[in-house]
Design a binder for this molecule. Structure first.
Ligand code: 2AL
Length: 243
Protein backbone atom coordinates (compact mmCIF):
# COMPACT_ATOMS: atom_id res chain seq x y z
CA UNK A 1 0.00 0.00 0.00
CA UNK A 2 1.12 3.56 -0.65
CA UNK A 3 0.47 6.02 2.17
CA UNK A 4 -0.84 9.34 0.84
CA UNK A 5 -0.74 12.14 3.38
CA UNK A 6 -3.60 14.65 3.04
CA UNK A 7 -2.88 17.80 5.03
CA UNK A 8 -5.65 20.15 6.07
CA UNK A 9 -3.51 23.25 6.73
CA UNK A 10 -6.06 24.70 9.14
CA UNK A 11 -6.52 23.20 12.61
CA UNK A 12 -10.29 22.57 12.34
CA UNK A 13 -10.89 18.89 13.08
CA UNK A 14 -14.38 18.77 11.47
CA UNK A 15 -13.01 20.11 8.19
CA UNK A 16 -10.14 17.63 8.40
CA UNK A 17 -12.76 14.86 8.54
CA UNK A 18 -14.68 16.32 5.58
CA UNK A 19 -11.45 16.40 3.60
CA UNK A 20 -10.41 12.90 4.71
CA UNK A 21 -13.78 11.40 3.70
CA UNK A 22 -13.59 12.98 0.25
CA UNK A 23 -10.02 11.76 -0.22
CA UNK A 24 -10.95 8.21 0.85
CA UNK A 25 -14.01 8.23 -1.47
CA UNK A 26 -11.71 8.24 -4.53
CA UNK A 27 -8.52 6.61 -3.24
CA UNK A 28 -7.38 3.51 -5.11
CA UNK A 29 -7.30 0.19 -3.21
CA UNK A 30 -3.51 0.48 -3.35
CA UNK A 31 -3.61 3.79 -1.47
CA UNK A 32 -4.06 4.48 2.22
CA UNK A 33 -5.07 8.06 3.13
CA UNK A 34 -3.37 9.55 6.17
CA UNK A 35 -5.33 12.72 7.00
CA UNK A 36 -3.65 15.27 9.28
CA UNK A 37 -3.78 18.91 10.33
CA UNK A 38 -1.19 21.07 12.10
CA UNK A 39 -0.78 20.70 15.89
CA UNK A 40 -0.77 24.48 16.13
CA UNK A 41 -1.81 27.29 13.84
CA UNK A 42 -5.04 28.86 12.62
CA UNK A 43 -8.54 27.36 12.59
CA UNK A 44 -9.33 28.64 9.11
CA UNK A 45 -7.30 30.25 6.35
CA UNK A 46 -8.93 33.43 5.04
CA UNK A 47 -6.10 35.62 3.87
CA UNK A 48 -2.37 36.16 3.47
CA UNK A 49 -1.66 36.34 7.23
CA UNK A 50 -3.45 33.02 7.86
CA UNK A 51 -1.60 31.44 4.95
CA UNK A 52 1.79 32.44 6.33
CA UNK A 53 0.94 30.82 9.67
CA UNK A 54 -0.52 27.71 8.01
CA UNK A 55 2.53 27.20 5.82
CA UNK A 56 4.68 26.43 8.88
CA UNK A 57 2.21 23.77 10.00
CA UNK A 58 2.21 22.30 6.50
CA UNK A 59 6.00 22.00 6.60
CA UNK A 60 5.87 20.31 10.01
CA UNK A 61 3.38 17.76 8.66
CA UNK A 62 5.40 17.18 5.48
CA UNK A 63 8.41 16.38 7.68
CA UNK A 64 6.34 13.98 9.80
CA UNK A 65 4.90 12.36 6.69
CA UNK A 66 8.40 11.76 5.36
CA UNK A 67 9.35 10.13 8.66
CA UNK A 68 6.25 7.89 8.36
CA UNK A 69 7.29 6.91 4.85
CA UNK A 70 4.37 8.40 2.94
CA UNK A 71 4.60 8.18 -0.84
CA UNK A 72 3.05 11.57 -1.56
CA UNK A 73 1.34 14.61 -0.07
CA UNK A 74 -1.75 16.76 -0.70
CA UNK A 75 -2.04 20.32 0.63
CA UNK A 76 -5.80 20.59 1.11
CA UNK A 77 -6.36 24.35 1.26
CA UNK A 78 -7.33 26.37 -1.80
CA UNK A 79 -4.41 28.74 -1.35
CA UNK A 80 -1.93 25.86 -1.69
CA UNK A 81 -0.04 27.32 1.31
CA UNK A 82 3.65 26.41 1.51
CA UNK A 83 3.52 24.40 -1.71
CA UNK A 84 7.01 25.09 -3.05
CA UNK A 85 8.58 25.05 0.44
CA UNK A 86 6.91 21.67 0.99
CA UNK A 87 8.34 20.44 -2.31
CA UNK A 88 11.85 21.32 -1.15
CA UNK A 89 11.36 19.10 1.91
CA UNK A 90 9.47 16.28 0.19
CA UNK A 91 10.76 13.30 -1.76
CA UNK A 92 7.35 12.23 -3.06
CA UNK A 93 4.97 14.42 -5.06
CA UNK A 94 3.24 17.35 -3.32
CA UNK A 95 0.02 18.58 -4.95
CA UNK A 96 -2.08 21.56 -3.87
CA UNK A 97 -5.86 21.35 -4.27
CA UNK A 98 -6.12 24.62 -6.21
CA UNK A 99 -3.43 23.45 -8.63
CA UNK A 100 -5.11 20.04 -9.03
CA UNK A 101 -8.64 21.40 -9.52
CA UNK A 102 -7.46 24.01 -12.04
CA UNK A 103 -5.52 21.47 -14.09
CA UNK A 104 -8.46 19.06 -14.15
CA UNK A 105 -10.84 21.86 -15.16
CA UNK A 106 -8.65 22.70 -18.17
CA UNK A 107 -8.87 19.05 -19.27
CA UNK A 108 -12.66 19.00 -19.42
CA UNK A 109 -13.49 22.58 -20.45
CA UNK A 110 -11.92 25.50 -22.30
CA UNK A 111 -12.83 27.92 -19.49
CA UNK A 112 -13.80 27.47 -15.87
CA UNK A 113 -15.26 29.54 -13.03
CA UNK A 114 -14.18 29.40 -9.40
CA UNK A 115 -16.60 29.51 -6.45
CA UNK A 116 -14.80 30.27 -3.21
CA UNK A 117 -15.58 31.48 0.31
CA UNK A 118 -14.74 35.07 1.33
CA UNK A 119 -14.25 37.86 -1.24
CA UNK A 120 -10.84 38.62 0.28
CA UNK A 121 -9.57 35.14 -0.70
CA UNK A 122 -10.35 35.78 -4.40
CA UNK A 123 -7.00 37.59 -4.80
CA UNK A 124 -5.23 34.45 -3.56
CA UNK A 125 -6.93 32.38 -6.25
CA UNK A 126 -6.01 35.07 -8.81
CA UNK A 127 -2.36 34.88 -7.80
CA UNK A 128 -2.44 31.10 -8.19
CA UNK A 129 -4.05 31.38 -11.65
CA UNK A 130 -1.11 33.58 -12.64
CA UNK A 131 1.45 31.30 -10.99
CA UNK A 132 0.06 28.17 -12.69
CA UNK A 133 -0.53 29.85 -16.04
CA UNK A 134 -4.30 29.52 -16.04
CA UNK A 135 -5.31 33.20 -15.99
CA UNK A 136 -6.84 32.94 -19.48
CA UNK A 137 -8.70 29.74 -18.64
CA UNK A 138 -10.62 31.24 -15.71
CA UNK A 139 -13.71 33.17 -16.79
CA UNK A 140 -14.72 34.45 -13.35
CA UNK A 141 -14.24 34.10 -9.63
CA UNK A 142 -17.22 34.11 -7.25
CA UNK A 143 -17.35 34.18 -3.44
CA UNK A 144 -20.23 32.93 -1.28
CA UNK A 145 -19.23 35.66 1.21
CA UNK A 146 -19.30 33.32 4.20
CA UNK A 147 -16.37 32.39 6.45
CA UNK A 148 -14.61 29.11 5.77
CA UNK A 149 -15.94 27.45 8.92
CA UNK A 150 -19.54 28.21 7.91
CA UNK A 151 -19.07 25.06 5.84
CA UNK A 152 -18.81 23.09 9.08
CA UNK A 153 -21.52 24.81 11.17
CA UNK A 154 -24.18 22.24 10.37
CA UNK A 155 -26.78 24.76 9.14
CA UNK A 156 -26.32 23.92 5.45
CA UNK A 157 -26.36 27.64 4.64
CA UNK A 158 -22.87 27.66 3.12
CA UNK A 159 -23.63 24.58 1.04
CA UNK A 160 -26.82 26.29 -0.21
CA UNK A 161 -24.81 29.40 -1.14
CA UNK A 162 -22.25 27.29 -3.00
CA UNK A 163 -25.04 25.72 -5.05
CA UNK A 164 -26.58 29.12 -5.79
CA UNK A 165 -23.23 30.57 -6.93
CA UNK A 166 -22.55 27.54 -9.11
CA UNK A 167 -25.92 27.98 -10.83
CA UNK A 168 -25.20 31.71 -11.27
CA UNK A 169 -21.74 30.96 -12.69
CA UNK A 170 -23.23 28.43 -15.09
CA UNK A 171 -25.70 31.03 -16.38
CA UNK A 172 -23.43 34.08 -16.50
CA UNK A 173 -19.84 33.05 -17.14
CA UNK A 174 -20.04 30.97 -20.29
CA UNK A 175 -17.70 28.48 -18.55
CA UNK A 176 -17.72 24.77 -19.18
CA UNK A 177 -16.67 23.79 -15.66
CA UNK A 178 -16.71 25.07 -12.10
CA UNK A 179 -13.90 24.73 -9.55
CA UNK A 180 -14.85 24.62 -5.85
CA UNK A 181 -12.47 27.00 -4.06
CA UNK A 182 -12.20 25.48 -0.59
CA UNK A 183 -11.09 22.21 0.93
CA UNK A 184 -14.27 22.24 3.01
CA UNK A 185 -16.38 22.03 -0.16
CA UNK A 186 -14.82 18.67 -1.10
CA UNK A 187 -18.00 16.71 -0.38
CA UNK A 188 -20.20 18.87 -2.65
CA UNK A 189 -18.68 18.29 -6.09
CA UNK A 190 -20.25 14.99 -7.11
CA UNK A 191 -23.83 15.93 -6.22
CA UNK A 192 -23.53 19.38 -7.85
CA UNK A 193 -22.08 17.83 -11.02
CA UNK A 194 -25.04 15.47 -11.25
CA UNK A 195 -27.68 18.09 -10.41
CA UNK A 196 -26.34 20.97 -12.53
CA UNK A 197 -25.07 18.94 -15.47
CA UNK A 198 -21.70 20.70 -15.52
CA UNK A 199 -18.34 19.39 -14.25
CA UNK A 200 -18.03 20.76 -10.69
CA UNK A 201 -14.49 19.99 -9.61
CA UNK A 202 -13.11 19.53 -6.11
CA UNK A 203 -9.38 19.84 -5.59
CA UNK A 204 -9.03 17.33 -2.75
CA UNK A 205 -10.20 14.37 -4.83
CA UNK A 206 -8.39 15.70 -7.92
CA UNK A 207 -5.14 16.03 -5.97
CA UNK A 208 -5.38 12.50 -4.53
CA UNK A 209 -5.69 11.03 -8.03
CA UNK A 210 -2.83 13.20 -9.31
CA UNK A 211 -0.56 12.05 -6.49
CA UNK A 212 -1.53 8.43 -7.26
CA UNK A 213 -0.73 9.00 -10.94
CA UNK A 214 2.69 10.47 -10.18
CA UNK A 215 3.47 7.58 -7.83
CA UNK A 216 2.40 5.11 -10.54
CA UNK A 217 4.69 6.93 -13.00
CA UNK A 218 7.57 6.60 -10.55
CA UNK A 219 7.81 10.38 -10.28
CA UNK A 220 8.66 12.21 -7.06
CA UNK A 221 9.47 15.87 -6.53
CA UNK A 222 12.59 16.86 -8.47
CA UNK A 223 15.66 17.30 -6.28
CA UNK A 224 17.60 18.71 -9.19
CA UNK A 225 17.72 22.52 -8.95
CA UNK A 226 15.48 24.81 -6.92
CA UNK A 227 13.39 22.08 -5.28
CA UNK A 228 16.45 20.39 -3.81
CA UNK A 229 16.44 19.91 -0.02
CA UNK A 230 16.84 23.22 1.86
CA UNK A 231 20.44 24.24 2.59
CA UNK A 232 21.43 22.87 6.01
CA UNK A 233 21.53 25.49 8.74
CA UNK A 234 20.52 25.72 12.42
CA UNK A 235 16.86 26.64 13.00
CA UNK A 236 16.26 28.55 16.24
CA UNK A 237 13.36 28.61 18.68
CA UNK A 238 10.09 26.96 17.66
CA UNK A 239 11.46 26.29 14.17
CA UNK A 240 13.79 23.71 15.68
CA UNK A 241 10.98 21.19 15.02
CA UNK A 242 11.71 21.56 11.30
CA UNK A 243 15.40 20.67 11.61
N1 2AL B 1 -10.41 29.92 -0.22
C1 2AL B 1 -10.53 29.17 0.89
O1 2AL B 1 -11.56 29.00 1.45
N2 2AL B 1 -9.39 28.57 1.38
C2 2AL B 1 -9.39 27.78 2.50
N3 2AL B 1 -9.26 28.15 3.76
C3 2AL B 1 -9.22 27.07 4.57
O2 2AL B 1 -9.08 27.08 5.79
N4 2AL B 1 -9.32 25.96 3.80
C4 2AL B 1 -9.44 26.35 2.48
O3 2AL B 1 -9.52 25.65 1.49
Amino acid sequence: KHLIQVINPNTNIAMTHTIAEAARSVAAPSSEIVAVCPTQGVESIEGHFDEAIAAIGVLEQIKRGKEQGVSGHVIACFGDPGLLAARELADGPVIGIAEAAMHVATMVATRFSIVTTLPRTVIIARHLLQQYGFEHHCAALHAIDLPVLALEDGTGLAQMKVRERCIQAMKEDNSGAIVLGCGGMANLARELTAELGIPVIDGVTAAVKMVESLIALGLGTSKHGDLAYPNKKPLSGCFDMLS
